[in-house]
Design a protein around this ligand. Structure first.
Ligand SMILES: Nc1ncnc2c1ncn2[C@@H]1O[C@H](COP(=O)(O)OP(=O)(O)OP(=O)(O)O)[C@@H](O)[C@H]1O
Ligand SMILES: [Mg+2]
Length: 231
């Protein structure tokens, strides 16, 4: 169980990105975080991934306060943010993955196997030897997802993973998410109705506040109306 309790975040420029957000996500669930541009989704995801510290509130994973226990958080939480600057431009797809795999403690055969596995999962087989700077936007996004999959985590966070992705690859991402969602906690920020319908639950954020939740399986026909109602 991941529990976010009363999380607040104000940036240095005075913007209050989160004004007291609380939510709970059980293991074996995939949850969408939905909200318009600037709603606070990425801020919330970065706090859960311990990339950012909240001003107030706590985040616990299986009862462990992850804000105070950074090591536990880094071991058990993985995030795909789509931040291009976090890759080595001159290294190939494979070299980038090998580097980040090593940072996750993988070496030798285990590292090679894992890199091959995530390349296959994200359909990057043909691009292993291509340098990061030579990849298209969608392929960069896929590599970012592949990197997040290098870790055997309890929580997988995807910040708009389908942005700029073609239909076929989108299907592949949902397959990965579905698989992970059976045993892990998946948090998936998105604006897309089609993505929302594939989740177990939708949590809507507006202006730094949680404004609604919807259980998708019981209310599949209501997703459109739910979305219209909160934005
Ligand atoms: N590093 C930062 N410094 C200052 N303000 C920021 C920073 N990052 C985000 N903000 C502001 O915080 C608010 C929430 O931003 P956030 O990126 O969390 O929104 P979001 O819901 O992810 O939006 P989007 O759908 O566009 O990705 C916005 O008003 C944004 O301008
Ligand atoms: Mg965002």
């Amino acid at each position: 169980m991941l529990e976010v309790l009363g999380v607040k975040k104000k940036y240095k420029n005075g913007i209050e990105a989160l004004k007291g957000v609380s939510l709970k996500i059980e293991t074996g669930k995939k949850v969408a975080i939905f909200g318009e541009n600037g709603a606070g989704k990425t801020t919330l995801l970065k706090i859960i991934a311990t990339f950012l510290l909240p001003d107030e509130g706590t985040v616990t994973l299986e009862g462990v306060n992850i804000i105070k226990n950074n090591k536990y958080a880094r071991k058990n939480i993985t995030i795909s943010t789509g931040m291009e600057r976090s890759f080595y431009y001159r290294l190939t797809v494979k070299q980038n993955l090998e580097f980040f795999g090593m940072l996750n403690g993988l070496v030798g055969k285990e590292l090679k196997k894992k890199v091959e596995k995530v390349i296959e999962k994200t359909g990057l087989e043909e691009y292993g030897k291509i340098r990061y700077m030579e990849l298209s936007k969608g392929l960069k996004r896929r590599l970012d997802i592949a990197r997040a999959l290098l870790k055997e985590a309890k929580v997988y966070i995807f910040d708009e993973p389908c942005a700029g992705i073609d239909i076929k690859t989108r299907g592949g991402i949902h397959k990965i998410v579905n698989e992970l969602g059976k045993e892990k906690i998946v948090i998936f920020a998105t604006h897309e109705i089609e993505d929302l319908k594939k989740m177990d639950r939708i949590i809507a954020i507006h202006n730094g506040i949680k404004v609604g939740e919807l259980l998708v399986h019981e209310n599949r026909d209501c997703v459109e109306n739910f979305v219209k109602g909160v934005c």
